[in-house]
Design a protein around this ligand. Structure first.
Ligand code: 5GP
Length: 190
């Protein structure tokens, strides 16, 4: 097992733009590799098994919790679990790469505490809650009741921003991507 790899954690309320920023960094910085989470939710749109997520049943998820296979996991939305498998981090570190996470706010803070010193934790801040709601609604991939749950969760999550190493404002996606690139490259070079 390889030790002492680095981790770059991107957290934000859903709809703040973190997935786009993480995808940009993966294209630009070859030392990074995406941590594929396990989830019990169904695949959306063109999401692929083993690329975007490991889509598993709730029964399998609970079995893996019992076997202590997760570094962190959460019931992010009621009845829907998401988690980071220990083997995922080890797989990426074994290649000599840095793990990059697209993860919810509590999960991000959990990882930051666990790997403090080796981790850079970035909170992506949307311009406002109103803009966030517009982006989530415009995405059109969720049912209205799921959307409501995402809004409520987002409102709470915005309060966690000061606990991260860096707050990255996403008023303009291109600017935020460029800023993220500088921050991550500096972290990797130190
Ligand atoms: P989505 O359903 O939109 O793909 O993800 C919902 C939320 O769960 C997002 O904030 C996403 O970043 C987060 N998430 C994805 N994987 C994990 C994980 O492994 N652990 C935790 N705690 N959250 C995750």
């Amino acid at each position: 097992m390889s030790q002492n790899g680095k981790l770059v954690i991107f957290s934000a309320p859903s709809g703040a733009g973190k997935t786009t920023i993480v995808q940009h960094l993966l294209r630009k910085i070859p030392e990074l590799e995406f941590s594929i989470s396990a989830t019990t939710r169904k695949a959306r749109g063109d999401e692929q098994e083993g690329k975007d997520y490991y889509f598993i049943s709730k029964q399998e998820f609970l079995h893996r919790i019992a076997k202590k296979q997760f570094v962190e996991f959460e019931e992010v939305y009621s009845g829907t679990f998401y988690g980071t498998l220990r083997t995922e981090i080890e797989r990426i570190w074994a290649k000599g790469k840095t793990v990059i996470f697209d993860i919810d706010v509590e999960g991000g803070l959990h990882l930051k505490r666990k790997y403090d010193g080796n981790a850079l934790a970035i909170f992506v801040q949307p311009p406002s809650l109103e803009v966030l709601k517009e982006r989530l609604t415009g995405r059109g991939t969720d049912h209205p009741e799921k959307l409501k749950e995402r809004f409520e969760k987002a409102e709470k999550e915005l309060n966690y921003a000061p606990q991260f190493d860096i707050i990255l404002k996403n008023h303009d996606l291109q600017t935020a991507c460029a800023e993220a690139e500088v921050l991550v490259k500096n972290f990797l070079n130190n």
